[in-house]
Design a protein around this ligand. Sequence first.
Ligand SMILES: Cc1ncc(COP(=O)(O)O)c(C=O)c1O
Length: 441
Amino acid sequence: MYVYEKIMASERRNFIKTMSAVASGALTIPGMAQLTLAAEIQAASNRVKKLPINEAVTDETFWKQVRLAYSVSPAVINLNNGGVSPQPILVQDMLDKYNRMSNEAPSYYMWRVLDMGREPLRERLAQLAGCQADEIAINRNATEALDTVIFGIDLKEGDEVIVTKQDYPNMKQAWLQRELRDKIKLVWLDLECPKEDDSYFIKTFADAVTPKTRVVHITHLINWNGQILPCRAIADAVKAINKNIFCLADIAHSFAHIDFKIPDLGADAAGTSLHKWLCAPFGTGMMYIKREHISSIWPLFPNDKPQSSDIRKFESQGTRSFPTEQATGYAINFHDTMGTALKQARLHYLKNYWSQQVKDLKGITIHTPYASAYSGAIGTFSIEHMKATELEGKLMSAYKIHTVAIEYEKFNHVRVTPNVYTSIDDLNKLIKAITEIAASK
Ligand SMILES: Cc1ncc(COP(=O)(O)O)c(C=O)c1O
């Protein structure tokens, strides 16, 4: 029997009372200020949501308020939000608070109090994802979520899995281990991107399907250069050839960044981190499995019913941080104040703001699409005759701008990723830096 099944209705009521007390009592003065700020942001958001979207994305008064919710570094301009995102201060406060509370009596506060919040959290995540709560498992990151499916799906020798060289290394390694161990066959695609052309991606995936294809792995938003793939169209195309093909979507970079609902992707399963675009505490993630497939996927960390159709069979990870998990609810609250559609529009605007202004400088190449159907916050560029690592180093040493050099497969460029707290002033500094570095070459 699962722990959650033992929770009596009265215990749930106690939990709600305890959690409300936890949320409102004993917050620090800055914490209280953040609660007030969150209410102000909500009010401001209600105002900007009534504006036409192009006005809302450039309403700097609103975005300045959003920036105040983060502990933005005064020393460094952080333009590597593609790696991992910071948490709003209120989320940090709640995490600290739950952690301190747990340390007073860990097994009591973690297992008997905080863990009572797991089902409400599942429901909130499902709402955000647009699916049923019993299709969502809560875990620690995209790697855990996707590897659970990669290792949990039954495949036999000779079965084919379509993957791309542009997929994330952890997932490629997981598939490679299955190939080594189970003698499945990986069919590698080498995507040409940036590209604003659905038909190219659809055809590339569909052409790789054979009668032995069992799984297609689709990275919805490629972390290396910010390219969005038409996940739904690819899934539809491969399933039109064989309806039993299982599509696994890596949504680590698209969830809470691009405005979609998971069922819209046409995937049978998906995995994401929540410490990326949801700005939840570090070490939070979630897995989606379409209800009809749950029983056939084996858990990575089994419970007593590994073939059950209960999604909670995937949550036997052993002791983990309940403070981290429960502070995630505050990240959802914060995300909801602006909503994914406005957030996506702002992030895409910020990316195009800087990239459009440097694209015609001598020696500059942009490696990310411009159109909003194919890109969001992530933008990339290179300067002729300059290694990506040298460029990244120069941006940091001379301008205190933190980016990341990408030297992977065909990619050789610097990746720039703003977030909702990034100001236009920060991006003007980036544009000035790129202009000066390009002129010096
Ligand atoms: C496309 C993609 N998938 C998966 C991951 C893995 O995420 P995590 O390290 O949170 O497990 C990343 C991390 O950057 C990623 O970019």
